[in-house]
Design a protein around this ligand. Sequence first.
Ligand SMILES: NC(=O)C1=CN([C@@H]2O[C@H](COP(=O)(O)OP(=O)(O)OC[C@H]3O[C@@H](n4cnc5c(N)ncnc54)[C@H](O)[C@@H]3O)[C@@H](O)[C@H]2O)C=CC1
Ligand SMILES: Nc1nc(O)c(N)c(N[C@@H]2O[C@H](COP(=O)(O)O)[C@@H](O)[C@H]2O)n1
Length: 225
Amino acid sequence: MRPFVFVNLAMSADGKLSTTERRQVKISGKSDFLRVDEIKAGSDAIMVGIGTVTADDPSLTVKSEKLKKERTERGCEENPIRIVIDSEGRTPENAEILHKGPGRRIIAVSEKASDKNLERLSPYADIIVAGKDKVDLAGVMEALSDIDVKRVMVEGGGTLIWSLFEEDLIDEFYTCIGNIIIGGDSAPTPADGTGFIKEENFTRLELIDMEKADEGVLLRWRVKR
Ligand SMILES: NC(=O)C1=CN([C@@H]2O[C@H](COP(=O)(O)OP(=O)(O)OC[C@H]3O[C@@H](n4cnc5c(N)ncnc54)[C@H](O)[C@@H]3O)[C@@H](O)[C@H]2O)C=CC1
Ligand SMILES: Nc1nc(O)c(N)c(N[C@@H]2O[C@H](COP(=O)(O)O)[C@@H](O)[C@H]2O)n1
């Protein structure tokens, strides 16, 4: 058993998530920001890779007071469970994700994480150990299902999302394409990693809908199975 998993990203018109220096860029506009806040508030958990934590230091909190209130009225925490996929337990102790706003945090590590890092992070987050070198993502999804997490939003980055596609753990994929060109052949894209080599292994998508979003376009895809 695993939760429903969807990805939400903003990318430039040339398909980049950020710059070659992995510097965070404002890609989407105001209406997309509100949409993202709504889908975040509608999720039980929000997941990012350690690369995103070190590059962007996101808080991943719900921003709107109204949405926070609606969550607490439903008996949920103000924020979804915030999950970092972090093989070695490198999350900095002062990361925003560990401090900003109420709610549970989970850091999923592999057996490679040192005891020192586990001790360092355990005051701030629950730790799940899954996988030998890299985090076993299917194992993490199963553990989330066991604690009644039904809907997971993945915010990036491209390395984590690639692995989730590779392991067929994504159900829907939403990209807001903004009206900028970032360029750079090493700038992160929505699915980095090794990529599929054989055509028969490609993930196939069905378009659910598309709409204009500020100066860009929002595409929503479902993974075909
Ligand atoms: N425009 C947007 O919507 C977003 C952009 N970004 C950008 O993406 C970049 C960060 O992306 P990445 O460097 O690719 O890092 P990432 O956030 O995808 O984290 C990848 C890291 O997770 C760890 N990991 C552990 N187990 C793993 C597994 N089984 N599979 C994959 N990774 C595993 C590894 O240390 C790996 O390097 C930043 O530049 C950030 O600004 C990030 C989120 C959203
Ligand atoms: N949806 C969206 N639009 C953009 O233009 C972006 N640059 C991003 N980036 C990601 O959003 C996260 C920020 O989270 P907090 O505001 O700190 O909660 C961060 O991971 C960015 O990479 N997203």
